[in-house]
Design a protein around this ligand. Structure first.
Ligand code: SAM
Length: 243
């Protein structure tokens, strides 16, 4: 396989020490902007913030000269800092070829129905040497298997609503999931034409606590703790591509 599998670096250490994932991921994107003159960035599936955090999203926008956003959900209100917004899937966005320095998407890849078209478009719009960051869940982790099962049996929304409250009001805006671009094995064929491919594993013991009733948390923590120091697939996966 033509990729690197990274389980330990300064960013995974920050996550492991208990830091919330979004500032860590934002810093990874920000690092890719260093040394680029008046860069153009592209937030794919930008939603209403980075992990719903508009301030974090704005902090990345502040580092760029041109800020492009792609968001197919017409009900989502977008930040005012975007230079241009495309209200469609990335695959259909009329973005100029070879125009983007750094593209990223947070919690989007699990929703992409046609990853081949998504990555074809991504490669087309990136400049040579341009970077892509994708932050998502790893489809090989038990979380995805349960999530996919609950979606197939149509109980996921009911479960989340009973546990966390109304979608968009009390809990995050969940979208239908496909899990077709969520592991190195799934992603490598789509990313093959890129100059380099890296995957970074993010994991720690409390990753599933948000999704579980209190009674199940100790068991989940025990199991997730046991796989934390290993090379096994974790809960979160970052993909880093260079065109
Ligand atoms: C879980 S939300 C994440 C939103 C935001 N990135 C965040 O961090 O909060 C998933 C987003 O992906 C968008 N999305 C799904 N498929 C997409 C595609 N093919 N191209 C662009 N965006 C897509 C959805 O409309 C939705 O806004």
């Amino acid at each position: 396989m033509n990729y690197q599998w990274i389980t330990n670096n300064a960013f995974t250490q920050r996550y492991l020490s208990g830091e919330w994932r979004s500032p860590v991921f934002c810093d990874m994107v920000a690092k890719s902007l260093e040394g680029r003159h008046k860069p153009t960035i592209l937030d794919i599936g930008c939603g209403n913030g980075f992990d719903g955090d508009e301030k974090l999203q704005a902090s990345l926008a502040a580092k760029a000269a041109v800020v492009l956003g792609v968001e197919p959900d017409p009900t989502v209100e977008l930040g005012s800092f975007f230079s241009n917004v495309y209200r469609c899937p990335l695959e259909e966005a009329p973005i100029a070829p070879n125009s983007v320095d750094v593209a990223y998407c947070n919690m989007v890849l699990e929703h992409v129905a046609q990853p081949q078209l998504f990555f074809k478009k991504l490669r087309e719009v990136l400049k040579p040497g341009g970077i892509f960051w994708g932050f998502t869940v790893d489809s090989r982790h038990l979380f995805c298997k349960f999530s996919a099962l609950m979606e197939r049996t149509r109980i996921k929304d009911l479960y989340l609503t009973l546990l966390k409250g109304e979608r968009g009001a009390d809990r995050y805006l969940n979208y239908p999931t496909c899990y077709r671009a969520n592991s190195p094995e799934q992603l490598e064929p789509f990313a093959r034409d890129f100059h380099s491919i890296e995957f970074i594993r993010f994991h720690r013991s409390d990753v599933l606590n948000y999704y579980l009733p209190k009674a199940f948390i100790p068991l989940s923590e025990l199991w997730n703790k046991s796989i934390t120091p290993t090379q096994k697939p974790g809960y979160m996966l970052a993909i880093h591509l260079t065109k």
